[in-house]
Write a protein that binds this ligand. Structure first.
Ligand SMILES: *Cc1c(COP(=O)(O)O)cnc(C)c1O
Length: 471
């Protein structure tokens, strides 16, 4: 097969900071060893997130100039609404400034203490908003989904047996809605199959529980369905997306992902009462319902971006970049979540640093080593992000997995950038026994990973890891 090339050429460049190691050491100290607190100007390759970090197309920049900044009923709103409706088919559509604004208003209007919201895996902001409303967020992955080395496809699927048991145990009256995250960001960016979503919907319909899709990466998920699920090879990504959304009663979206925009989101639903309640709170905190916290130009950009995300050549190229890096890390036996996810490579930090325990925060160790070695920024998705401290006892629970995510901003980095990242990762892997433990010295009561301060422990005496665990 021919090389899958970037289906675009570059007409504007942005300089990358190329830094020296001693500069990075000082920068990391100043950031209290928390990569979130680094200045972007001190970072060479920023793989912290794929959220809002993409490059806009010439069509998007042109659309931006067409932004209609009228307070109410602008033509930009109509373009936005039409695009979201063409894709989702949902009746009521509300722009929000980000995905989490949609989540917050949904949680505030539909959830009460004692409620439970099951999902394949909740994203951190989704979980936090559900918990902030006093409800519980339940992750129900399949056994393959929980096994980071299983090479099965559709490891983002929800476990229907677990879902059925939770409904029986907790009672339908305590489950105002269920969610499915496509692709499953916290679960390794793994996709959800159409068959799984259909079976989930069937089960929910039986119990009269609405289905809310967290659809941040709906187009990437549609690509996986086309490539890997029987019966979808000849369908367009738009057809697949529409088939997916036909199962939804509502959707929350961050346009910073598959909206190919730098800001924005939306909530969409069919239920009139849900829409009424959502609208009232939206006006209170986001803005008038035809702009919902966004400028008219943002609405235009998102309307173009949502359609570009569904272009096959774009998705094929994007998947090829993640696949390119994954396969080269697997060759080097570096432990990563398999198969390659949609938007990121996830390193198994526990397998990378067998000398560290979960409360030594191996993920933070790997993140900081990548920064010191190559100015690369990644993010821990492990016991810092998902662990909990009991406010009364001070006892700390750990996360089921210690992952480090290297997210791929959309249309930003080229193959030589990825080659550089692979080289740096290989060096850190060769010196993995030198990665220190970290301790938290300051933290917030929720979403602590954003602002926590760390200090590294002493590096164990040179003790090269002899055995290489096969990835
Ligand atoms: C990014 C993301 C969100 C939150 O969206 P923001 O725009 O960052 O507020 C919710 N769910 C998933 C799966 C995400 O990836």
């Amino acid at each position: 097969m021919r090389t899958i090339i970037e289906p675009f050429r570059i007409k504007m460049t942005e300089a990358l900071p190329i830094t020296e190691r001693d500069h990075r050491e000082k920068a990391l100290v100043a950031a209290h060893y928390n990569a979130f607190l680094l200045n972007a100007g001190d970072i060479t390759i920023d793989m912290l997130t794929d959220s809002g970090t993409g490059a806009m197309s010439a069509r998007q920049w042109a659309a931006l100039m067409m932004g209609d900044e009228s307070y109410a009923g602008s033509h930009s709103w109509h373009n936005f609404e039409k695009t979201v409706r063409d894709i989702t088919g949902l009746k009521h559509i509300f722009p929000t400034h980000q995905g989490r604004a949609a989540e917050r208003i949904l949680a505030a209007t539909r959830l009460k203490p004692g409620h439970i919201v099951p999902s394949n895996s909740h994203f951190d902001t989704t979980r936090a908003n559900i918990e902030y409303a006093g409800a519980a967020a339940e992750d129900l992955l399949t056994p393959e989904g929980e096994d980071i080395y299983s090479t099965k496809h559709f490891k983002g699927n929800i476990d229907l047996g677990k879902l059925e048991r939770i409904i029986a145990e907790k009672g339908v009256q305590n489950i105002p809605f269920a969610m499915i995250t496509v692709t499953n960001n916290t679960g390794g960016g793994q996709p959800v199959s159409m068959a799984n979503m259909k079976a989930m919907k069937k089960l929910l319909v039986k119990h009269n529980i609405p289905l809310v899709i967290d659809c941040c990466r709906f187009a990437e998920n549609a690509y996986f369905i086309k490539e890997y699920e029987a019966g979808y090879k000849d369908k367009s990504l738009m057809d697949i997306a529409q088939e997916m959304f036909a199962l939804a009663d509502a959707a929350t979206m961050s346009a910073k992902k598959d909206g190919l925009a730098n800001i924005g989101g939306f909530f969409a639903c069919n239920n009139d009462q849900w829409a009424e309640d959502f609208r009232n709170l939206l006006i209170l905190t986001e803005g008038f319902p035809t702009y919902g916290g966004l400028a008219g130009r943002d609405l235009e950009v998102i309307a173009v971006g949502l359609r570009e995300a569904l272009e096959y050549d774009y998705q094929r190229y994007r998947h090829a970049t993640v696949e390119y890096m994954s396969s080269r890390l697997i060759e080097r036996k570096i432990p990563i979540v398999q198969p390659a996810g949609g938007h990121a490579v996830f390193i198994d930090a526990a397998g990378f640093c067998p000398h560290l325990k979960p409360l030594d925060y191996p993920g933070i160790g790997v993140v900081n080593a990548l920064y010191l070695e190559g100015g690369i920024r990644s993010v821990e998705l492990g016991s810092v992000m998902f662990g909990r401290v009991n406010a009364k006892t001070g006892e700390e629970t750990t996360a089921p997995r210690e992952l480090v995510r290297l997210a791929f901003p959309r249309r930003v980095y080229t193959q030589s950038h990825f080659d550089y990242v692979i080289e740096v990762l290989d060096h850190v892997w060769q010196h993995r026994h030198e990665i220190p433990s970290h301790k938290i010295t300051k933290q917030a009561p929720f979403l602590r990973h954003f602002t926590a301060y760390f200090v590294p422990g002493k590096v164990a005496a040179a003790n090269p890891v002899k055995q290489q665990k096969a990835g």
